[in-house]
Write a protein that binds this ligand. Sequence first.
Ligand code: DHB
Length: 389
Amino acid sequence: MRTQVAIVGAGPAGLLLSHLLDRAGVESVIVETRSREYVEARIRAGILEQSTVDLLRAAGLGERLDREGDVHRGIHLQWPGHRHHVDFVDLVGRTVTVYGQTEVTKDLGRARDAAGQQIVYEVADTAVHDIETDRPYVTFIGPDGRPDRLDADVVVGCDGSFGPCRRAMPDPSVWERVYPYSWLGILADVAPSTDELIYAWHPDGFALHSMRSSTVSRLYLQVPAGTEVETWSDDRIWEALATRLGHGENGWTLTPGPITEKSVLPMRSFVQEPLRHGRLFLAGDAAHIVPPTGAKGLNLAVADVALLAPALAALLRDKNPELADAYSDTALRRVWRCTHFSWWMTTMLHTSADPFDTQLQLSQLRWVAASTAGATGLAENYAGLPFGY
Ligand code: DHB
């Protein structure tokens, strides 16, 4: 097979890249180790920044998003005895939209089907070659068990942090932070007990009340790293959520319901630089992971691709390398901004054993709630900076 852009990975980054390239007249083929069903069902975050929504809309992907997405003005920030609404619209004039990554992936899949995009699912042993030449290629074992080869002008790794592309980069710089806690996340068939998300600091640990629709709630609990999901019964989960989210305080109640999914997410951060070597580019989780607090992962992947698609179009169509040469440095500015924001939200809200840290956290929360300057910093980062920041 031969194409202009070989994309490794059919998650949101790879699918959106192929979509934007297609609209710019550039052809691509995607290879993916998982099945389509797996990719479309894997549960991830569900908060889209304003610029993500704007980009999806402009790319013709906004129809169901506009119909089913739930626009939120802000979030509730909570600690015992206090619940404070941070209003992004008042502070920075931007909103966020609740719309699951699963739905974004399905919309992208349908749009790619309609365009006749070639995607090879269930490949194995993917490897990239000759990235320092103008004729890089990808090898893999196809779904029929036969070795195959995809020749291209450019290869893009959208294959996550465990994929082969980032390992194909010679001498990268890698920064990493592993947190001593994880999130226990649940999906439940119950109407959310809140209009907008609640981020709650509590001495027992952080809790988050999020949602997917008017009938499906998504909630998280801070648990120690290494926690086995089986040690948390449904009753124990709802009890801990009720305590940490303040059930019964100021007339607020948490309504429990049947849990349909339960998993433990490790919390870590990493950034690998640069995002380009020769004809290999990285986008999304292949180059950076953020802890989930603040829901930046998907939005960062979209921001990478929003820069990369026009850069590759200029390189391959117009033979202009300027944007492609600038891609790594430009994308990394936003990556580090979001890495800092995710670290800041994480360390402000997750309890640690250190009583000095506890006092700093509470002071920080009081400052964000009481100061327009403090709240604006949170709002600007949460609702998302413009692309190209
Ligand atoms: C969700 C996840 C997050 O990490 C977050 O900060 C907010 C919401 C979610 O899955 O809904």
